[in-house]
Write a protein that binds this ligand. Sequence first.
Ligand SMILES: Nc1nc2c(ncn2[C@@H]2O[C@H](COP(=O)(O)OP(=O)(O)OP(=O)(O)O)[C@@H](O)[C@H]2O)c(=O)[nH]1
Ligand SMILES: [Mg+2]
Length: 429
Amino acid sequence: MAASTEPTFLEISETVRRLEEMLDRVPDPLARDIRQKIAHLRALLLEQRSPNLVLVGRRGAGKSSLINAFFGARVAEVGHVKAQTGQGRWFDVQGELGTLSILDTRGLQEGSRPEEHDAADTPLDSILAEVRRKAPDALLFLIKASEVDSAIDADLDVLTHLASAVEQAHGLRPPLIGVVTHCDLLEPKRTDLHLPESQDPTELQEKLRHVEAVERQLRDKLRSRPELRGELVNVLGVSTYLSWRPDGTIRSDERWRLGELAQVLFRELPEQGRLVLARVTRVRTLQEELATTLTRAMASLCMGVAFVPVPVADIIPITSAQLSLIAGIGWISGRQLDLKASGEFLTALGVNVGAAFALREAARALIKFVFPGAGNVVSGAVAFAGTLAIGTAARAYLLRGVSAEEAHRLYQSTRASAEAHPERALSEG
Ligand SMILES: Nc1nc2c(ncn2[C@@H]2O[C@H](COP(=O)(O)OP(=O)(O)OP(=O)(O)O)[C@@H](O)[C@H]2O)c(=O)[nH]1
Ligand SMILES: [Mg+2]
């Protein structure tokens, strides 16, 4: 995909390649452990791709609105427009920060025909052909809160067909998430779910009870089908309501629990699809989680690299790995940081890259000479703590927007405590 050809990713990819080259000289089981970390980093960063999502739901259920709500932008056409090109086909919905690949199955349940369907096929056939062509990462079933108690057998049939077509073609059953839309319209209608602090608490409680009731109802219906029961991950009530001015800017944002829905989806996605979802939806908790994962993997990797018994003449790319980590966190945050900008960030943290590197090498050579065998452990802990601290500071600065001074303090305190207690640091991140 496009992201992996960005300059940042070419550089990160080069660093990872150099790390892998060194592994031949690392003893097992350390090498095996490092290989695992690298595979993890590869999947998250270098093999990132758009998640493939199938949206099943009646006309007006809110499929297009859900896409817009995820992006926080008007990227899909809302309302009762006629079937457009791309209906019944996988299509890329592109936002500023990434792309979701969507298969919109609109109109299937009613047996209505999109304008552009292939005359030879029924709409269901063409949708089934699409999921055979490309495996969905998740099925989302959308239904209006007011329609959950209606007959939904036709909808469940579509879901069942889809799930078994995917299984036949790809040997896996995609996770299913039930989404109850239009929850904002449940009684009491005038209670705003998206502004809970300013609502009458009793009325808010009443509304939330109604949301729970429709969630339960949909869950029971989905579970009533043995073919779907095992795949059902969660059922969540949401509001995707966004209203736009003619110029395309947002007039009113009444989205509710979109972040939770994104989290549920995130957990079900293969690692390759997670970064794009976190960027597109800009859900902070997801971005933080990815940044933490990246930091831990990179810190362990650097520790492993410090163990590699090679002459100082061999360039050990710990600094490159640390710069890649900063660039990676920048990318998660929706920025485009090259390694130069990442280096500037390191300098702002007060890390003197050149001096630290030379010092570490000198200390390592010396310790190895005095205590054979001990040096690797010492430099390993230093590399680990330093990398962990850099990642923690980058996360605070790039994702939470703390000041440079605060990031610097965080760097120092994280580094000190990680050097003292590496195991604790690893589990806390
Ligand atoms: N109040 C409220 N309105 C919503 C919500 N979700 C969607 N809508 C509205 O419902 C209408 C239909 O939404 P769409 O997103 O176009 O539904 P769709 O499933 O894409 O419909 P088709 O493309 O026709 O199959 C639009 O007017 C939306 O603004 C919601 O959660 N709350
Ligand atoms: Mg639509």
